[in-house]
Design a binder for this molecule. Structure first.
Ligand code: ZN
Length: 459
């Protein structure tokens, strides 16, 4: 299938020269982009395909087109537990304490339904690739439940096999009822990699190994997960240095800072990314820069839980790969990718002054930054050979009124809108603001019903 996009007011490429093309056009064949340029320069062969009706044409007059945004940290099941009253005003450990026993009642249907809902929300907000960190498997739930839902939604997916193994009785944070045996975790991790992981270019599904956090798994599980990940060539992901209590736990229990602990475990390298790192110290920043270790920066979650301001300016200046994450829906509680880019820009300014981050850098972190963090070189930019993942925002929306001076910056400075069009892997998944890959009202109705069921099952 040939897809030809024409007449974008601005086509933001994020290519090596960061070109922004006026009256931009793009051609995709199947999953890959073939050509990018000004509409007037569209080669005759492609123009003929428009004239003879043999290509799908997207006329993007009045729109800004961007590479699809990349979400590097999420817990989609938490979409079922948004704004839970008892957890609204707590910091991380207290918040987790309130929610663990609610999550203990999750079912496979709930995992699938929440994945569909979270992906719909992300897709409408400009995201085309997402990771999800699922670390609780109660009542027969499996990562397969999320993987099947992602395939239905048509979203590019990095499915992270999370895990918790150190319950309260062994000095961990989670109740014993929600942790697994380490042997079972490793066996399931191996099964998932062998069954699903696709290392090929334009892969729609990759598997990631992701023990939940230093305060919920053992040193051994961290080390063995790293060994398995490297054997199979898959990435590693966890939470690190999220707030002061998290650092204190690391110092007390391991006698090391979170960064020292990560290095000691072999959890550094271009195939590793850590969520948050709000409290990563200067030595940690230097270590991450030296090793190419990535960070999923989650500004909304960091504000919601009052964790602090991650030193993203210093990280970027040092050369640390930084992407964005909306984080779980119970600690954000919104999953708007363009909105997350906006908050990243604003929060750096609160911490480090008005020049700390501009709109284009925020968009770069949301696209190229996320791609690098996920260890991919086929997404995050619009250029020949890259995956055909792009989104379009309608600049005639009221939120962009008066922002024609710089429509690209307006996407970040103004109230974040939703996409009018989204294409993932060459397939149109949103058109005229409507999700095409799922019946959204039906998805949301089921999600509402299951959220009520989960709340009622609290024990
Ligand atoms: Zn998280």
């Amino acid at each position: 299938m040939t897809l030809i996009l024409t007449h974008a007011d601005v086509l933001v490429t994020m290519d090596a020269n960061r070109r922004e093309i006026a009256d931009g056009a793009l051609v995709a064949e199947g999953p890959a982009i073939q050509w990018v340029g000004a509409t007037a320069d569209l080669p005759a062969a492609w123009r003929a395909r428009i004239d003879d009706g043999s290509a799908q044409v997207l006329d993007m007059r009045g729109h800004v087109v961007l590479p699809g945004l990349v979400n590097t940290h999420h817990h989609m099941y938490q979409s079922l537990t948004r704004a839970v009253p008892a957890a609204q005003d707590a910091e991380l450990f207290g918040w987790l304490g309130e929610l663990y026993m609610l999550w203990a009642n999750l079912t496979p249907r709930m995992i699938a339904a929440s994945t569909r809902t979270a992906m719909a929300e992300l897709m409408l907000s400009g995201c085309t690739t997402t990771s999800d960190h699922l670390y609780l498997y109660p009542n027969g739930s499996r990562l397969d439940d999320a993987i099947e839902a992602a395939a239905q939604m048509g979203m590019r997916f990095h499915a992270a096999r999370g895990s918790m193994s150190v319950g309260r009785s062994k000095g961990g944070l989670p109740p014993d009822a929600v942790v697994e045996q380490e042997e079972a975790i490793l066996r399931d991790s191996q099964r998932l990699i062998e069954q699903y992981h696709d290392a090929s270019r334009h892969a729609m599904l990759r598997v990631v190994l992701a023990p939940c956090s230093p305060f919920s798994v053992s040193r051994e599980l961290m080390r063995e997960s790293a060994a398995m990940a490297r054997h199979y060539g898959v990435s590693l992901h966890t939470h690190l240095a999220e707030n002061d209590n998290d650092v204190a736990y690391s110092l007390e229990r391991f006698g090391m800072t979170p960064a020292q602990y990560a290095e000691d475990l072999g959890w550094v390298g271009h195939d590793v990314w850590h969520a948050h790192c709000v409290k990563l110290d200067a030595d940690g920043i230097a270590l991450f820069a030296r090793t190419g270790t990535g960070i999923a920066h989650c500004p909304c979650s960091n504000m919601r839980l009052a964790s602090g301001i991650a030193p993203v300016r210093a990280m970027r200046d040092a050369g640390v790969p930084v992407g964005l994450g909306v984080d779980g829906s119970a600690s954000n509680d919104g999953a708007h990718m363009l909105g997350e880019a906006r908050q990243a820009m604003l929060l750096q300014r609160v911490g480090y002054g008005p020049a700390a981050m501009g709109a284009r850098e925020a968009l770069e972190i949301a696209t190229l930054g996320g791609a690098r963090v996920l260890n991919r070189d086929d997404i995050g930019a619009l250029a020949p050979g890259m995956s055909a993942d792009f989104v379009a925002f309608d600049m005639s929306a009221v939120g962009y009124a008066g922002a024609g001076h710089d429509p690209v910056a307006a996407l970040v400075f103004c109230t974040p809108g939703t996409v009018s069009t989204s294409v993932i892997n060459g397939r149109v998944v949103v058109r005229d603001g409507v999700l095409l890959s799922a019946d959204l009202p039906a998805v949301l109705a089921e999600h509402r019903r299951l959220a009520r069921e989960l709340a009622a099952a609290r024990r």
